[in-house]
Design a binder for this molecule. Structure first.
Ligand code: NAP
Length: 307
């Protein structure tokens, strides 16, 4: 028999949807993916999730949400979805050779920060390397740090980081920013920000903690070492929507399009929540909020459809 609701993805959006759906007696099935817990599994301390005045480690927060979802009966499959067919109901979801069918779907597959893929970057992730200034900026009080990127995120995050850091160096691979003029100018004019134009990064240096970056000027080929204790990436995110291409309406950047204010997608009975929809706020608490909305939208949709 088909499931009432199947949730794909297990970050804050998916797990909150599961908690709400389970408590609404919808007996949800979650396909949590091989990288369960989403991006918070890659952060260290989370200090801005309400309810944890002393902060909480990202993985611990996600573990708590998962236990809470299971406590109310969510069944969890720990694999990646390989294929979906949303052309008719019940929807079909394949996990390898296993087929699951469901009357409704909640897509909460998140987005992944882009990384440079240079030596030292993944080894020192959480030890001075971060793709989330809002999460980790606080740990760099009075330190010199660098951020890579030339878009609005890099500008906004560089300015945010000046609250803590003694100096922020923006490293950009070209000689002009992609960011809106006003944001770019604000960063350029900031007394704590320096911009290194035409600069690429070849390596993140440090044994246990970041101590610097090996950088190169792309015009002159000149290499140098930039001593910093923190390295932030703001080179964009990619939504995890590959399996939904040609099945759901996606925007030009690949994010799932929802119906303003609701979590409905272009396919009746398919709902979406979290970073897979939202490229703007991208916070655990906003994703959790949308997960709650999606579960409530599913509940109402099933009520209407079954009536
Ligand atoms: P983005 O606009 O795509 O900018 C990404 C930046 O990273 C670009 O400057 C790009 O360089 C650089 N980059 C990409 N891959 C790189 C690589 N491998 N090595 C070095 N540099 C690399 O992404 P975003 O800044 O995250 O913004 C995403 C969307 O959200 C945008 O539409 C933005 O306007 C919006 N946003 C708005 C606000 C705001 O209005 N307050 C704040 C944040 C984000 P190139 O320029 O050379 O391609």
């Amino acid at each position: 028999m088909a499931e009432k609701v199947l949730i794909i993805g297990s970050g804050p959006a998916g797990l909150t949807a599961a908690i709400y759906a389970a408590r609404a007696d919808l007996d949800p099935l979650m396909i949590e993916g091989m990288e369960r817990g989403g991006q918070l599994m890659l952060t260290t301390e989370v200090e801005n999730y309400p309810g944890f005045p002393e902060g909480i480690m990202g993985p611990e927060l996600m573990d708590g949400m998962r236990k809470q979802a299971e406590r109310f009966g969510t069944r969890i499959v720990s694999s990646d979805v390989s294929k979906v067919d949303l052309s008719e109901r019940p929807f079909k979801v394949w996990v390898g050779g296993d087929l699951y069918e469901s009357e409704t779907l909640i897509v909460s597959t998140g987005a992944s920060a882009r990384w440079l893929g240079i030596p030292g970057e993944s080894r020192l992730r959480g030890y001075g390397v971060s793709a989330c200034a809002t999460c980790d900026g606080f740990f760099f009080r009075d330190r010199e740090i660098a951020i890579v990127g030339g878009g609005d995120s890099a500008m906004e995050e560089a300015i945010f980081l000046t609250k803590f850091a003694s100096k922020v160096t923006i490293l950009h691979r070209r000689d002009e920013f992609r960011a809106s003029k006003i944001m770019a100018q604000r960063a350029i004019d900031h007394p704590k920000i320096e911009v290194l134009w035409n600069t690429t990064i070849d390596e993140v240096l440090g044994d246990d903690l970041v101590t610097g970056l090996r950088v190169k000027n792309v015009n002159t080929g000149e290499e140098s070492m930039l001593p910093v204790e923190g390295f932030f990436l703001a080179i964009g995110h990619d939504p995890n929507t590959k399996i939904f291409q040609d099945q759901l309406d996606l925007d030009a950047a690949g994010y799932v399009v929802t119906n303003g204010g609701f979590t409905r997608t272009s396919v009746e009975g398919v709902f979406a929540a979290g970073d897979v929809v939202d490229h703007y706020y991208q916070q655990a608490v906003t994703a959790a909020g949308m997960g709650c909305q999606a579960a409530i939208d599913v509940e109402h949709w099933l009520d209407r459809t079954e009536a």
